[in-house]
Design a protein around this ligand. Structure first.
Ligand SMILES: [Zn+2]
Length: 284
């Protein structure tokens, strides 16, 4: 049984009330950590990573509004690629959720809401839907995102790309795209002929400058990722007392399981999955 087969199996058992349902991460050491792209909806804070039954330290969590991928070379795609290459992510999961507000927001409503916060229509691209990647079906959005990731030249064929939908009320997972078998055959061909598709996709999505992007001409400066940002930060920060340390990570909500229970971790019973009030941690 492979990792996501075990995840789905354990999740469905847990949702059905089996308190013994859980995952043994040690059995899937070759398939962890995973990278998950989810929506920004705060209701998901209480769900992940426990609905997957994997420990927090094996869960690389990326989020954007609507778990949207707008093109095979988008900013989110680049982060996914670095999460694989630099952070060692072995499998990718695009995880949409039910009752997604990004899905339910019409163009008219979106424009009204933007206007209410001072964003003028004439400063926005003509096709606001394409620009923000808004969508009408959570499921189709996941499938589309998986297609972009699977055919992106930034993601190697060895990395399975799964698509899932999580029920925000029950925590039940639906496996929409099986990354183990759904894309195996087309990938090699897609990579070989992909340059024109990338151009077309980026042009269609309004990323004008990227349409003429040429990987062959890409220059890789001998500078570590983040070094430039650090230099800019240094330039903008008063010298006195400044230390060039990276900004502290924002603490994720504490996982519901204590460390001692991680072996074997149990998939917590999801219902009712409502935002939990986490007691404030000790401040140093
Ligand atoms: Zn959402």
């Amino acid at each position: 049984m492979r990792l996501f087969e075990a995840i789905i199996n354990a999740n469905h058992r847990a949702v059905a009330g089996d308190s013994s349902a859980g995952l043994h991460p040690a059995e899937f050491a070759d398939e962890l950590p995973i990278i998950a792209l989810t929506c920004i909806d705060p209701r998901l804070n209480a769900l992940f990573p426990n609905v997957l039954g994997i420990p927090a330290d094996q869960f690389i969590w990326m989020r954007n509004a609507g778990n949207v991928i707008t093109s095979p070379l988008s900013s989110t795609m680049r982060s996914l690629a670095l999460a694989c290459a630099v952070k060692g992510g072995r499998e990718i999961a695009i995880i949409g959720h039910t009752d997604c507000q990004i899905c339910q927001t019409t163009t008219t409503v979106l424009l009204d809401k933007l206007k209410a916060i001072g964003v003028e229509r004439h400063l926005l691209p003509e096709n606001v839907n394409d620009f923000f990647g808004t969508f009408a079906s959570e499921r189709q959005n996941v499938i589309k995102a998986c297609a972009f990731v699977r055919t992106s030249p930034l993601i190697g064929p060895k990395v399975p790309v799964h698509g899932l939908l999580v029920d925000i009320e029950t925590g039940k997972l639906e496996w929409v795209v099986n990354g183990y078998d759904a894309w195996q055959l087309p990938v090699a061909a897609a990579k070989n002929v992909f340059s024109p598709l990338v151009d077309a996709a980026t042009k269609e999505l309004g990323a004008g400058p990227m349409a003429s992007f040429n990987f062959g001409e890409m220059k890789f400066p001998e500078m570590k990722i983040g070094e430039l940002a650090t230099k800019i930060g240094e330039a903008l920060t008063p010298k006195e007392g400044h230390e060039s340390k990276p900004a502290p990570m924002v603490a994720m909500p504490a996982p519901p399981l204590p460390a001692a229970a991680v072996r074997p971790p149990k998939v917590p019973l999801p219902p009712p999955l409502r935002p939990r009030v986490v007691p404030p941690r000790e401040r140093r």
